[in-house]
Design a protein around this ligand. Structure first.
Ligand SMILES: [Zn+2]
Ligand SMILES: [Zn+2]
Ligand SMILES: [Zn+2]
Ligand SMILES: [Zn+2]
Ligand SMILES: [Zn+2]
Length: 209
């Protein structure tokens, strides 16, 4: 986590004494050092890694590096802020402390498409449309035919039509089979008939089997 909160985030210009003199933002997790000056915790920690004096008054920093300013932190947490997705159209305002919580379901937040392989980031509110038109969309037909559909075939896929065609093919095969059986049966019965019948004059038995 970086320095303070961007001033742009706040609906009203924050008081000057809430600003960190290192990052010039509103103090995030404010801490006081031995001289009494207050900064964002991260900002002063980074500063003290390289120097051992206060960036405001140049006094040498002594003892415990800092004291957490709980009351000030609560005051800052209550400040009214705009949604960070305001530029995408989110009109909502809330206390700073609710920023994280809002970001998790903000309809104007950008989230990655859940279709495997798709590199797109889409606003939450547009995700439904996107994922249904996304060219990475793939799903088994949920009507029960189990065909694996993609963004192109799902437009033209017609379960009923496909089942009908499938049945028609099967029916055709069965009909062919039945016809063959019928031919064989009639051949056999003719043979049987000929075996039982007394011999006919040669002229009547011209056909061969
Ligand atoms: Zn700061
Ligand atoms: Zn100081
Ligand atoms: Zn929002
Ligand atoms: Zn996608
Ligand atoms: Zn189907």
């Amino acid at each position: 986590m970086g320095g303070g909160y961007d001033l742009e985030l706040f609906t009203k210009t924050p008081d000057y004494d809430l600003l960190c003199s290192i990052c010039h933002g509103v103090m995030r997790c404010p801490v006081m050092i031995s001289c009494g000056h207050i900064f964002c915790r991260n900002c002063i920690m980074q500063w003290l890694k390289r120097r051992c004096t206060c960036p405001c008054c140049r006094t040498k920093v002594r003892g415990k590096p800092y004291v957490l300013m709980h009351k000030l932190k609560r005051k800052i947490n209550r400040l009214d802020v705009k949604c960070p997705n305001e530029q995408h159209g989110c009109p909502v305002h809330f206390a700073l402390v609710h920023c994280q919580e809002h970001a998790e379901y903000c309809a104007f937040g950008a989230v990655p498409c859940s279709n495997e392989g798709c590199p797109a980031e889409v606003l939450r509110k547009d995700m439904y449309d996107h994922s249904h038109n996304c060219r990475y969309w793939r799903q088994n037909c949920h009507m029960g035919c189990e065909t694996l559909l993609d963004s192109e075939t799902r437009q033209t896929h017609n379960c009923y039509q496909e089942l009908k065609e499938d049945y028609a093919r099967q029916l055709h095969k069965l009909q062919q089979k039945a016809q063959r059986m019928e031919t064989i049966c009639s051949q056999i019965s003719r043979q049987l008939q000929m075996m039982n019948e007394p011999a006919q004059p040669a002229a009547d038995t011209g056909e061969t089997i």
